[in-house]
Design a protein around this ligand. Structure first.
Ligand code: ATP
Length: 282
């Protein structure tokens, strides 16, 4: 069974509070985009995960943990599964690649072994493996609360085009959150303008409503991020910011043609190694 596991972008991310379990309560808008890891899952007597990025092969891969989790719930039905991942989504990049792979494998094993788990049940299993895993079970533009696991689908009036730049530096999510100074007396940024913009297809409201509370911390840890955002805006993106905890930056573009042109202009003109992608919301 072959599956495409998409990346996500956070168009809005506010940190509301720190929880006793160490996680943070957040308010975020996530949209899936057309950048995919390619995953093959087959029935097997044992559990194995191979990845073209050899550092990600084996037991530490979230996909491996996904199979083990289902095997422990259905010991009589599942012996194992062999998973192959062709990694296209940059790793530890704020794009949710590991969580997306994990959700894709949960869904594939559910199908292959006829487990008949509902989407809600898959989300309950997924949240034990990662805060973003439930989001990738249905994978649609959503407003999320809690640790990202309380998901409300959003209607978006029109497709959005983006250019992504990944500076090929890995930035672990926990290091960004642990450096964040949460000031609980500060008023949280309002999400309303973005929600209105998405619903109406109003680009000005979308652009003015986009926000990421983790951006400043990310810029301090990976200073080049600031430069990459400036390049995106200089070339014509309407606004640029960091996705999730970074360090991938994305620019929202007026049209798919703008995105195509901006990507081309950037590709030949950067002084350092970066991966550049031109994607659409899906
Ligand atoms: P998020 O935005 O959800 O915080 P991220 O995009 O920043 O996630 P991931 O690419 O999901 O980060 O990777 C985070 C860590 O998870 C990596 O350092 C990697 O070692 C581990 N990992 C486990 N399985 C995978 C996988 N299938 N793909 C990528 N990383 C994985």
């Amino acid at each position: 069974m072959k599956i495409n596991a998409p990346a996500k972008l956070n168009l809005f991310l506010e940190v509301l509070s720190k929880r006793k379990d160490g996680y943070h309560n957040i308010e975020t808008v996530m949209v899936p985009v057309s950048l995919f890891d390619e995953i093959t899952v087959d029935e097997s007597d044992k559990v194995s995960v191979e990845c073209d990025n050899k550092l990600l092969s084996g037991k530490n891969n979230l996909a491996f943990k996904a199979v083990l989790q289902l095997k422990s719930i259905f010991p009589g039905k599942i012996k194992g599964a062999s998973v192959y991942i062709k990694k296209k989504i940059p790793v530890a990049a704020g794009l949710g690649g590991g969580s997306s792979d994990c959700a894709a494998v949960l869904k594939a094993v559910n199908n292959i072994y006829n487990l008949a788990l509902s989407s809600l049940e898959l989300k309950e299993i997924g949240v034990k493996l990662g805060a973003d895993v439930p989001y990738f079970i249905d994978t649609q533009a959503s407003l999320c609360h809690g640790i990202g696991d309380e998901i409300k689908p959003l209607k978006i009036a029109s497709k959005l085009s983006f250019v992504l730049i990944n500076p090929q530096v890995e930035l672990p999510t926990h290091s960004v959150y642990s450096s964040l100074k949460t000031n609980l007396t500060q008023k949280p940024k309002s999400i309303n303008m973005l929600l209105h913009g998405l619903y109406k297809g109003d680009m000005a409201d979308i652009v003015n409503g986009m926000f990421n509370r983790l951006q400043d911390v990310c810029e301090k840890k990976v200073p080049i991020v600031r430069e990459l955002m400036a390049v995106l805006c200089e070339k014509g993106a309407l606004k640029a910011m960091v996705s999730g905890s970074g360090p991938t930056v994305f620019g929202v573009c007026g049209t798919p043609d703008d995105a195509e042109r901006i990507k081309k202009e950037i590709c030949g003109n950067l002084n350092f190694e970066c991966s550049v992608f031109n994607v659409e919301s899906i």
